[in-house]
Design a binder for this molecule. Structure first.
Ligand code: HSE
Length: 381
């Protein structure tokens, strides 16, 4: 089995990655080498049934050690990638780099890996010697894992997503901040809340007061609990949030559409216009999105539903009825599952080619860890 360097395996995405690799027995196909950015020389982790090549943690900044590896998988983050990756290539490294960070995603040397949707693109890249396989933005990967069938059948003329993104997209500290904010708000009114006779408008006023004055909002910058934040990631200066830009460019790159694709990947057609408005809400780790799609044809609803349901083995169709929707199409229902529920499918008033859809996906599974572990297995053959 090939030696595989694992970097950033202790963080939030990395922990989910390791858990999934253990569940699926992936370690039987690799010789793991565990790295650390802060504790080189410390004890390598012991996971049941896993025998690391080295019993100590290797230094994630030591080029000589990294250079020996045919495959490196990192969930360490974009700063690490920016610092180490160019040096590795400069030193002549010719291995495969599998990365969760966005740094290299839109480079014309890389492929965004989401194999249930773009195995053909990945295979073309491997054949052509492409060495960079990057996990997609969580919202994009989740959307395609749910609705990909419509895109791979080339049925989408254009699309738009209104997102409801969970705190975990910001990181572990953001999740803690949200929960602490909920706690602070509850404490501010706990006494009144326990008194059924207390006036709700007094409680509401006290909550607002606490939101404006008492919440620790170090991570998000403004309160999230009991509120929302209609901007995600950097301000690109043209009215577009970086998360919204990613939705369009990454969707097309994954599908192998448009231009600037990796060597060996011939374009599957013109880019599909896809745009978003991205909103942070107080969910913990599942991103939701409401989509409007203009299809190229007026297809019967039953056909649309069956194309979605069979798009990937992980898309699960939810009938557009109240009971089924509220039971299955929420962050609470979707978290922890590899299934991506898709529902609220109906034709819109604008015309028979216009449909709505709503989908939810665990931001740490298909949104981050799962495409990486699958790409690793593909790359070891
Ligand atoms: N940018 C995403 C978010 C993180 O903030 O929700 C996952 O790509």
């Amino acid at each position: 089995s090939p030696s595989v360097g694992l970097i950033g395996w202790r963080g939030m995405v990395g922990s989910v990655l390791i858990t999934r690799m253990l569940e699926e027995g992936d370690f039987a196909h690799i010789n793991p080498v565990f790295f650390s950015t802060s504790n080189a020389g410390g004890q390598a982790p012991s996971f049941p049934g896993v025998t690391p090549e080295e019993t100590t943690l290797q230094d994630a900044f030591d080029l000589d050690t990294l250079l020996k590896l045919p495959i490196i998988v990192t969930a360490q983050g974009g700063d690490y990638t920016s610092e180490v990756y160019p040096k590795l290539r400069e030193a002549g490294w010719s291995g495969i780099w599998i990365d969760a960070a966005s740094t290299l995603r839109m480079a014309d040397t890389s492929i965004i890996a989401l194999d249930p949707i773009n195995r053909d693109v990945i295979d073309a890249g491997l054949e052509a010697g492409v060495k960079e396989y990057i996990g997609g933005n969580c919202t994009v990967s989740n959307m395609l894992m749910g609705l990909g069938g419509l895109f791979t059948h080339d049925l989408v003329e254009w699309g738009t997503a209104m997102t409801y993104q969970a705190a975990s997209g910001g990181g572990a500290k953001h999740m803690r901040e949200l929960l602490n904010q909920f706690g602070t708000l509850h404490s501010a009114v706990a006494e009144d809340l326990s008194d059924p006779a207390a006036a709700i408008l007094d409680i509401d006023r006290a909550v607002l007061e606490a939101q404006r004055n008492d919440l620790d909002a170090t991570q998000f910058g403004v309160p999230l609990a009991g509120s929302l934040i209609p901007w995600i990631d950097a301000d690109l200066g043209n009215g577009v949030a970086k998360e919204e830009w990613k939705a369009g460019v990454e969707t097309n790159k994954i599908l192998g559409r448009g231009e600037n694709l990796a060597p060996g990947v011939t374009s599957r057609g013109a880019a599909v216009p896809f745009d978003s408005l991205c909103v942070r809400v107080g969910a913990l780790r599942s991103h939701s999105q409401a989509l409007t799609l203009k299809l190229r044809e007026d297809l019967p609803l039953a056909e649309i539903e069956s194309i979605i349901a069979s798009g990937t083995e992980f898309s699960s169709f939810v009938p557009n009825e109240k009971d089924a929707t509220v039971a299955a199409l929420t962050p609470v229902a979707a978290t922890g599952s590899l299934q991506i529920p898709v529902g609220r499918i109906r034709k819109l008033e604008m015309g028979p080619e216009y449909i709505s859809a709503f989908t939810v996906g665990d931001q740490l599974l298909w949104g981050a860890a799962e495409p990486l572990r699958r790409m690793l297995l593909i790359s070891v053959g």
